[in-house]
Design a protein around this ligand. Structure first.
Ligand code: BGP
Length: 457
């Protein structure tokens, strides 16, 4: 039996915009997702906008019973900024009541909430002023964060500021997947820097306010593996790692933007606008813990054509197709559990062995109803195998001293996703879109046994 530490947190993660529903009700103002969907419904799966989620706004009490049924002891969701502060300043009392009841319900059922503040859901009122492109966003976020600490601090032991901050940078400003779908490397760097400062000022507010508990950030880590050991490929992997991982990991954990990243920004005329005290503030406000979302690695090679100064990430590295890769046949993503061990060791060896947890890991499956059995249960043995393999690698890392305190699967109940609606399912519970009913999948039962044993057999 591979036993995990006694204090280990076993749970699942979701976000407010992907699970709550009621996105234009009960006082909530629109986020960019609500507006984008409204403006371009043809971009998305029919009738599957942020309004049509698993509707946890109304079902959270029963859902928490379900969490308890499978013995989960932790759950991560987020607060919707636009629900709590619809205009950025005025508190929406209905939202306060909702979140207080939600978090209290989790706690009284033995499920520790980990509460995140921003999961890609930029308020529309702020987006109209430029969103993360403007410095105003830093103050607005710090105000929102502090409001959350004041209102819910007695119910939350672990806060995180952002989920995957690189995603709104690259999807919004490099690849056109998220609103405002601009393609502009210089703007992307500025947006990234403002996000880092928003995080920093939220941590500062938390520390200055002497709130109890801990504060962290959730990053998406895709370890970068080079195609070969050639100098060019190694350099490409190093740059990919600097830009995608270390750009947030180093300042938030070590208090310092990597020198090599600064050199690279200078060389490419990409330095963002920085205020005098910013670097010192970053240094003084490091996190207590980190969450790592891991799905698949990044396979990189030297770029083929390079612009100087750079105009896109392709000027620093290219992706390549690793011929030996194992693929999730139902989604297409690579399955490489070994990377989780590499992440565990990286944190141990390069990041002061800071406390961390796996904040998302999971297997998306398209048309999952093909695996329904005659009793209406999804027989998702592929997901069990996926989690087992990943937990095995995580266990190895913990055995070797990495300070990991939990594992959250993505996700609890199948949830709405940003661009694909309900195409790819991830949950321990299947969501029936016709009647919003949940039903336990085989992986949920397996997870319960795993939790009971606190280990892998
Ligand atoms: C992470 C996000 C989640 C979730 C997940 C699965 O990057 O934090 O919000 O969506 O990925 O990805 P997808 O929904 O695209 O399958």
């Amino acid at each position: 039996m591979k036993k995990f530490p006694e204090y280990f947190l076993w749970g699942a993660a979701t976000s407010a915009p992907q699970s709550e529903g009621y996105s234009s009700l009960n006082g909530k103002s629109p986020s960019t997702w609500d507006k984008w969907y409204e403006m371009n419904p043809e971009k998305f799966q029919k009738n599957q906008g942020p309004e049509h989620t698993s509707m946890m706004y109304e079902t959270y009490v029963e859902d928490i019973k379900r969490m308890k049924e499978i013995h989960m002891n932790s759950f991560r969701t987020s607060i919707a900024w636009t629900r709590l502060l619809p205009d950025g300043k005025t508190i929406n009392q209905e939202a306060v009541d909702f979140y207080r009841n939600y978090f209290s319900e989790l706690r009284s059922n033995g499920v520790k909430p980990i509460i995140n503040l921003f999961h890609f859901d930029m308020p529309w009122w702020l987006m109209e002023k430029g969103g993360w492109e403007t410095r105003e966003s830093v103050d607005a976020f710090a105000f929102y964060a502090n409001t959350c600490f004041e209102l819910f601090g007695d119910l939350v032991e672990r806060w995180t500021t952002f989920n995957e901050p690189m995603v709104h940078v690259e999807c919004g400003y490099l690849y056109g997947y998220h609103y405002p779908a601009i393609i502009d490397l210089k703007k992307a760097v500025q947006v990234g820097f403002h996000t880092l400062m928003a995080h920093t000022m939220a941590v500062k507010a938390f520390k200055d306010g002497h709130y109890s508990g801990e504060i962290g950030i959730i990053l998406n880590v895709s370890p970068c593996y080079p195609k070969s050991q050639s100098e060019e490929d190694l350099k490409a992997a190093e740059l990919a790692d600097l830009l995608n991982t270390k750009s947030f990991l180093d300042p938030t954990v070590l208090g310092k933007i990597p020198e090599k990243l600064i050199e690279c920004l200078i060389e490419n005329e990409l330095l963002p606008k920085v205020k005098e005290q910013d670097l010192q503030l970053i240094q003084l406000n490091i996190v207590d813990f980190i969450g790592m979302n891991y799905y698949q690695p990044r396979r990189v090679q030297a770029p083929i054509k390079v612009h100087k100064p750079a105009i896109s990430p392709a000027d620093f590295y290219d992706h390549y197709d690793w011929p030996d890769k194992k693929i999730n046949p139902y989604r297409g993503w690579e399955i490489y559990p070994e990377a989780l061990y590499d992440v565990a060791m990286m944190i141990k060896n390069q990041y002061n062995n800071i406390a961390w947890y796996v904040s998302e890991n999971g297997m998306g499956v398209a048309e999952e109803d093909r695996f329904l059995d005659e009793n209406g249960m999804i027989q998702d043995d592929y997901r069990i195998e996926f989690m087992k393999e990943h937990l095995d690698q995580l266990y190895k890392g913990i055995e070797e001293g990495s300070n990991c305190f939990g594992y959250h699967s993505w996700t609890f109940v199948d949830c709405w996703s940003w661009l694909n609606g309900y195409k790819n399912r991830y949950g321990f519970y299947r969501l029936d879109l016709n009647n919003n009913q949940r039903s336990l999948k085989k992986s949920g039962l397996w997870f319960k046994e795993l939790i009971d044993q606190n280990g892998l057999s």
